[in-house]
Design a protein around this ligand. Structure first.
Ligand code: FES
Length: 182
């Protein structure tokens, strides 16, 4: 499935809340040994079936993405940014001193070897979960307008309250023009 529409800034999913709710249910249900037999079918029903796991991957056609352009696709309910970087942007990202980074990480550790022009990151701000805006901010990467976090063209946090770099999801190239995320 390919999605190229831009996603607006909004709080991320309530995954954490749902998980907490689940833990409360689990803790209550396992309070008595006798209750375990009752709760097990419920827990087992939460294990995803094989067909659901298959949907956990998103295949994206990147053939139309131009150098300097970033697109947004959805993967497991989250936005993922795919950016095609120019030679100049790659050089800049690779030459950034680690001592300048709040969350030091080499650019080469965030991209696939031989595919340095492609950056793939989860589009969820690591501060409080807003969706940053592409090609904006002081480092021309992403800017999160919620509280002013600036990410560079490697998706690394450079300025603002976000503590970590944008996460790199698992992905691979299935052809020269197709990426499989997940
Ligand atoms: S959520 Fe992005 S800066 Fe606060």
């Amino acid at each position: 499935m390919t999605t190229t529409s831009k996603i607006g800034s909004s709080p991320a999913s309530k995954e954490g809340e749902t998980r907490r709710d689940f833990m409360v249910v689990l803790a209550s249900a396992t309070a008595g040994v006798g209750a375990v037999a009752t709760v097990w079918p419920f827990i087992d029903s939460l294990n995803p079936a094989a067909d659901v796991l298959a949907l956990a991957s998103t295949e994206v056609d990147i053939s139309a993405v131009q150098p300097g352009q970033a697109i947004t696709v959805m993967w497991r309910g989250k936005p993922v940014f795919i950016r095609r970087r120019t030679e100049q942007e790659i050089t800049e990202a690779e030459n950034t001193k680690l001592s300048d980074l709040p969350d030091p990480e080499k650019d080469t550790d965030r991209v696939k070897k031989g595919e340095e022009q492609w950056l793939v990151v989860v589009g969820v701000c690591t501060h409080l979960g807003c969706v940053p805006i592409s090609n904006q901010g002081e480092y021309n990467g992403w800017f999160c307008p919620c509280h002013g976090s600036h990410y560079d063209i490697s998706g690394r946090i450079r300025k603002g309250p976000a503590p970590k770099n944008l996460a790199v999801p698992p992905y691979k190239f299935t052809s020269e023009t197709t990426i499989l995320i997940g």
